[in-house]
Design a protein around this ligand. Structure first.
Ligand code: GLA
Length: 404
């Protein structure tokens, strides 16, 4: 009797412990892909416009290309919680409430993401989650939310690891699997502690639609594509299936040149970054669409190994990035950061590839690979001969190597 009581007690304790232990597992086994409202719309969002965006998510081919999460960023709430302390949607922006939009998104076969913040107020000044973690998680679960982006404004002296762990536990207890996206801008090195707390963590401050290091936003500077890229040094070993370095949302289609958009997208894929489109899906040009829906390039991002690429070399503004892929394949991205065209004759045999993290060790003198251009969609010969090509200003040549 005592024995069986003890046995039951231990089983219960183990289960409760499990429940409290960690984030939902098995989510985001490849970097999450979707759309987020912030980059283009900030807080100028409303139900009708977003339903229209959801329609375009599907009709534009984004869904077919693998994008899945429709994420509502800051600005969706009323300025006050209700009498029960529950968050409410801004009634003017969302007359039907958030659940209606969630249902709309689900009906299209997509998943829904929402935003809040660990502090007392969000970055936009709306009610933050501090002190309401469990209540807010239950509300999101009741709405059918599948993804939570959790920001870091107005947090005073909160401990980031603790604050994000509390929210992670609250989600777990609420019982609905949600991808948990940490957005504390890399301030507290989340790559060192967030693997079991969330599924992705921002590594930098906010992105802006520019190619340089900084993008002037008037009262503050956002980071440009190369600014974010250069801050990834040393972080690749922390990423993998279920836990990703987040290089922030995409600015493809938001004002950079075609080459720059293409380079931005290619590099995010080389770095196994989450791919959250941040452009207006209702008016994409064919060029923008062709970048965001390039399935060959997306496949590099979504590769099952989940190993981030690395900068193999950098000479005179020409960088070579390499990403080990499943099935002994390899993605190679020639990236021209400079303001002049670069013509190369790249002799593979002079450039062995050794990478301790993935364990690859390639000598092109003994192993030859077929070269497939992922943007031109054609075979460029093989690695027995030098690759002769010209890389435009701020452009890339991105290829996939497959053993001959
Ligand atoms: C922060 C985040 C952004 C966005 C805004 C919303 O700046 O880093 O991605 O969510 O807040 O206010």
């Amino acid at each position: 009797m005592v024995k069986s009581f003890l046995y039951t007690a231990i089983i219960i304790l183990l289960n409760v412990n499990n429940l409290f232990a960690q984030k939902f597992e098995k989510l985001a086994q490849t970097p999450p892909m979707g759309f987020n409202t912030w980059n283009t719309f900030q807080t100028n969002i409303n139900e009708q416009m977003l339903e229209n965006m959801v329609d375009n998510f599907v009709s534009s081919g984004m869904k077919d290309a693998g994008y899945q999460y429709f994420v509502l960023d800051d600005g969706w709430m009323a300025m006050q919680r209700d009498n029960n302390g529950s968050l409410v949607a801004d009634p003017a922006k969302f007359p039907g409430g958030i659940k209606k939009l969630v249902d709309y998104v689900h009906a299209k076969g997509l998943k829904f993401g929402i935003y809040n913040c660990a502090g007392t107020l969000t970055c936009g000044g709306y009610p933050g989650t501090r002190g309401y973690e469990y209540q807010d998680a239950r509300l999101y679960a009741s709405w059918g939310v599948d993804y939570l982006k959790f920001d870091w404004c107005n947090t005073d002296s909160l401990n980031a690891h603790e604050a994000y762990t509390t929210m992670s536990k609250a989600i777990k207890i609420a019982g609905r699997p949600m991808v948990f996206s940490l957005c504390e801008w890399g301030n507290h090195k989340p790559w060192l502690w967030a693997k079991n707390v969330g599924h992705l963590w921002r590594t930098t401050g906010d992105i802006g639609a520019g190619f340089g290091r900084l993008v002037n936003k008037g009262t503050w500077n956002a980071l440009g594509v190369t600014g974010i890229l250069d801050q990834q040094e040393g972080l690749r070993k922390y990423a993998g299936p279920g836990h990703w370095n987040d290089l922030d949302m995409l600015e493809v289609g938001n004002g950079m040149s075609y080459n720059e958009d293409k380079a931005h997208f290619s590099l995010w894929c080389m770095l196994a970054a989450p791919l959250m489109a941040g452009n207006d899906l209702r008016k994409m040009t064919d060029q923008t669409k062709s970048i965001l829906t390039n399935k060959d390039v997306i496949a590099v991002d979504q590769d099952a190994l989940g190993i981030e690429g690395f900068r193999y070399s950098a000479v005179d503004g020409l960088e070579i990035w390499i990403k080990p892929l499943a099935n002994n394949q390899l993605a190679v991205c020639f990236f021209n950061r400079s303001a002049k065209e670069q013509t190369i004759a790249y002799n593979w045999k002079d450039h062995p590839v050794k990478d301790d993290l993935s364990g690859i060790n390639i000598d092109f003198n003994t192993t030859a690979y077929k070269i497939y251009d992922l943007w031109l969609k054609k075979i460029l010969g093989n690695t027995k001969r030098a690759l002769k090509t010209t890389i435009g200003i701020h452009d890339v040549v991105m290829v996939k190597l497959t053993k001959l």
